[in-house]
Design a protein around this ligand. Structure first.
Ligand code: ZN
Length: 477
């Protein structure tokens, strides 16, 4: 008998026994329904992690269309090459034609947004750099859907794919480089997410993006992230979708999973932060790791059986991606990639060798799979942009030795705040396992549970039941 609960975790034996004997209901063992939040009863959910279900988010997820994903990917592959150093003014072949087509797609989507979505070509000249032999204009295509809630509109979530492509020689700007999986599939996720979200409303701002020069050295994403940092733009989550086009590889098939890579220790950790981590832990609780856990919860709530398969590392061996440009500037960021990659179909000249077809061709892309990845993105972005932000100033008071856990945080500024949930897990658990709704307060003592024995966190909940990602508290006075 399989005792997996809705979130995929195997139930603890005690819980399982209680379920079988009818001592507790599945609801008590699983999710805290939004309706229970209003009661403010300090009852613990045995296992947590699923955002309250929002029927309109479910409709957005259902609106993702594999036929549209197919249209986008086959069109992008038809430009022959989208190499960053290829022609910028040929209307048929090269990165310039792809740039203009993506811009027109976003502009058509923005026209249905009631003036809330703006689209721009963000161009700059990249000076001579590794893999850039002469000064080159690089253009990101950026569509921004402004949030409706004044207190939250400054909070941004970014979803991105890269529209440049390459073949075997990264310097070759003329060879055929269809880049269907790497990374027309990721651009299709940005465009399709924009299409289904542009007519809907969110508290926070969502940015849908296609960047260039990823293959030459992440130059497009670095430019966007650096400008954002210099302008103090509050980006609370960035997703790069890069190689999300196929469920099959030599190790098998994974049609209902996408890997979500997240770092545990932030790339920008300071020596003082490292000293705290070395003293009391936290290496599994960086902001990007919390974002990845949120994505897993959103997938469980809205896209099952499609699953977010968390991988606790920044990226794959020998590889990198546009999320790193954001991590390097202190922004939470994660990477989505298919589970089984086929290296014969990435970064390869289109050719047949010993009867084997090499090259990143549309015929190797499974459009239904990419649509499922887009659904995980839409569910996550919508749930993030409709939820309050994670509580700021989260701390565990440590001025004296106690066997309780004294938590504090700053009050949310949003008008629809319902309150806060304290979450915890055994220190060796990979995911949050318990939660307790504690009301609309800014301090709470978890009596009888020592901070030395568990990991704790706190998240904000709005009146509709949307939960924020978890804030991990730091030692505080
Ligand atoms: Zn790529």
């Amino acid at each position: 008998m399989d005792l997996r609960l809705p979130n995929g975790r195997v139930a603890l034996p005690l819980v399982a026994t209680a379920l079988l004997t009818g001592l507790i209901t599945p609801t008590a063992a699983g999710i805290t329904p939004a309706a229970d939040l209003a009661g403010k009863t300090p009852r613990d959910a045995e296992i947590t992690g699923v955002a309250a279900r929002d029927a309109e988010i479910a409709r957005m997820v259902g609106d993702v269309d594999a036929k549209n994903v197919e249209r986008i990917i086959t069109k992008l592959a038809s430009f022959g090459t989208r190499h960053t150093l290829s022609s910028q003014d040929d209307p048929q072949r090269g990165i310039g034609a792809a740039r203009d087509w993506i811009y027109e797609e976003f502009a058509a989507i923005a026209a249905r947004s009631g003036g809330r979505m703006t689209v721009e070509k963000q161009s700059f000249v990249q000076p001579v750099s590794p893999r850039i032999p002469q000064p080159t204009v690089i253009t990101n295509v950026v569509a921004t859907l402004r949030g409706d809630q004044p207190e939250s509109a400054g909070r941004h979530y970014v979803v991105s794919g890269h529209y440049d492509s390459r073949c075997t020689d990264v310097a070759n700007a003329t060879c055929d480089a269809p880049g269907a999986d790497d990374d027309a599939s990721g651009v299709a996720v940005s465009l399709e997410a924009a299409r289904v979200m542009a007519t809907r409303h969110f508290d926070a701002t969502v940015v849908f993006m296609a960047v260039a020069a990823e293959e030459q050295g992440l130059y497009g994403s670095a430019h966007y992230a650096e400008l954002a940092k210099q302008s103090n733009v509050d980006i609370q989550g960035m997703f790069t979708n890069d190689i999300v086009g196929s469920a099959d590889g030599e190790n098998g098939k994974a049609p209902n999973a996408v890997r979500v890579f997240s770092e545990g220790v932030p790339t920008t950790e300071t020596p003082a932060q490292a000293a705290t981590r070395q003293s009391v832990g936290g290496e599994n609780d960086g902001v990007s790791r919390q974002l990845a856990r949120f994505v897993r919860d959103a997938a469980e709530t809205y896209t099952r059986p499609m699953d977010a398969m968390l991988v606790y590392r920044r990226d794959r061996y020998l590889r990198g991606g546009d999320h790193i440009s954001f991590l390097q500037r202190g922004y939470p960021a994660i990477r989505f990639t298919e589970v089984h990659e086929d290296y014969a179909h990435q970064h390869q000249d289109v050719r047949v060798e010993n009867g084997v077809q090499f090259g990143d061709l549309p015929k190797f892309v499974d459009y239904d799979y990419t649509a499922r990845v887009a659904r995980v993105n839409v569910a996550s972005l919508a749930a993030l942009a409709r939820a309050p932000e994670p509580p700021k100033g989260a701390g565990i008071r440590t001025t004296q030795l106690t066997n309780n856990t004294d938590l504090r945080w700053d009050a949310s500024t949003v008008p629809d705040i319902a309150g806060y949930e304290v979450v915890w897990r055994d220190s060796i658990e990979p995911l949050w396992t318990h939660s307790r709704f504690v009301g609309n307060v800014t301090a709470y003592t978890v009596a009888g549970k020592s901070k030395d024995n568990f990991q704790f966190g706190v998240r904000a909940v709005d009146t509709a039941g949307h939960r924020s990602p978890v804030s991990y508290p730091l030692p505080a006075n």
